[in-house]
Design a protein around this ligand. Structure first.
Ligand code: PLP
Length: 362
């Protein structure tokens, strides 16, 4: 926590605004909007997963529809497709950003169109805070008339050619889960330049109540709005977001400086125009065996590290679904490791981690 969160939470208690609406919710949304881009509209929600669910619903995704989704990501990017009875089609990554490959995305769209099917949406993810190839994906989206849901759950504070992540999709989503760059302990947001999407998201997230004195419903709604208490935490966290990004980028720079090139260890640099919040510092090792050797020796010293996301097309729960892949994410999963990345790591902590890794490989 940054320091002012408790003040906003106390204010919520003192003014008795404990509902999923109130001044903290409004002010948190305003803070998000002015941080991401003036003219965007944000709806604070109970989770990033709920935000993706609403985004798909807003784009009219329903039973039997097909949705193109980055395979190299957390399962929450794709789960809501299944909540709606739609079918995910998984797209592999490209090696520059580790995110959705424009070439494979185009191939998948052409193949589905040849089969008489128009996919309903594209879910692209800025994994670990690194932006996806936003201009190439946008061009494909426009050419084929398929809207983009920008999964920016891990990328608040990142930008692509100066445009903040969270402003790059038809609909964008954020997460404030406990492990993200800033947190409300649990929460998310839907962001769009299209105010109608934001207004409809708020309507749907509060049980889709029609305008009537009694409870009247002509649509199925959800209970996905953020509480005013948690939004107070979010307001305080927005004040330290840039500090958090600087701390995370500092972790990455330390690891890179001390490990890049050592026995074949490799780090993903930012390509021109890409700015990552470095939510997690990730490195590639020469092989699965070396990756595991490092992970296990860190564990012996009570230091947690973790393999990169297991691609969704390899997950038991998704194996029946179609995928367009070329082995890129599978290789990243085999060889990659997420290093300790907390915003509060000291130079001492980082030195301890890098010296264990070096010792292991000697
Ligand atoms: C965390 C995360 C989500 C889900 O957000 P929650 O707030 O935890 O529901 C979705 N996509 C990605 C890439 C994430 O990392």
């Amino acid at each position: 926590m940054g320091g002012t969160e408790q003040d906003y939470v106390r204010e919520a208690f003192e003014t008795n605004w404990s509902a999923p609406l109130g001044p903290n919710v409004e002010m948190f949304e305003k803070a998000l909007e002015s941080y991401i881009e003036e003219g965007t509209h944000a709806a604070a929600l109970s989770s990033g997963t709920g935000a993706i669910h609403l985004a798909l619903d807003l784009l009219g995704v329903g039973n039997g529809d097909e949705v193109l989704c980055q395979s190299f990501t957390f399962s929450a990017s794709a789960n809501p497709i299944l909540y709606l009875g739609a079918k995910p089609i998984f797209i592999d990554s490209e090696s520059d950003s580790w995110n959705i490959s424009p070439a494979l995305l185009e191939k998948a769209i052409l193949s589905r169109i040849a089969n008489g099917i128009q996919p309903k949406a594209i879910i692209a993810v800025h994994l670990y805070g690194m932006p996806y190839q936003a201009d190439a994906i946008l061009e494909i989206s426009k050419r084929f008339g398929i809207p983009v849901i920008e999964d920016s759950a891990e990328a608040l504070g990142s930008n692509f050619n100066g445009q903040k992540c969270g402003s790059l999709g038809d609909i964008s989503i954020l997460s404030f889960n406990g492990n993200k760059i800033i947190t409300t302990s649990g929460g998310g947001a839907l962001v769009s330049k299209n105010k109608e999407y934001r207004d409809k998201a708020i309507f749907l997230s509060t049980q889709a109540r029609d305008n009537a004195p009694h409870y009247q419903h002509s649509q199925i709604g959800y209970n996905y709005r953020m509480s005013n208490v948690l939004a107070g935490i979010g307001r305080g966290q927005m004040e330290v977001l840039d500090e958090r990004v600087a701390a995370r980028r500092n972790n990455y720079e330390f690891y890179k400086e001390h490990l890049q090139g050592f026995k074949g260890l490799d780090f993903m640099e930012e390509r021109p125009g890409f700015f990552s919040n470095r939510w997690l510092s990730c490195m590639l090792t020469p092989s699965y065996e070396i990756r595991e050797k490092i992970r296990l020796s860190l564990m012996e010293d009570d230091i947690e590290s973790r393999p990169l996301w297991k691609p969704l097309h390899m997950q038991p729960v998704f194996t029946e679904h179609m995928h367009f892949t070329d082995g890129t994410s599978e290789e990243l999963f085999q060889k990659g490791l997420c290093l300790p990345s907390g915003s509060n790591l000291s130079t001492e902590d980082l030195t301890r981690i890098t010296s264990i890794i070096k010792k292991t490989l000697l």
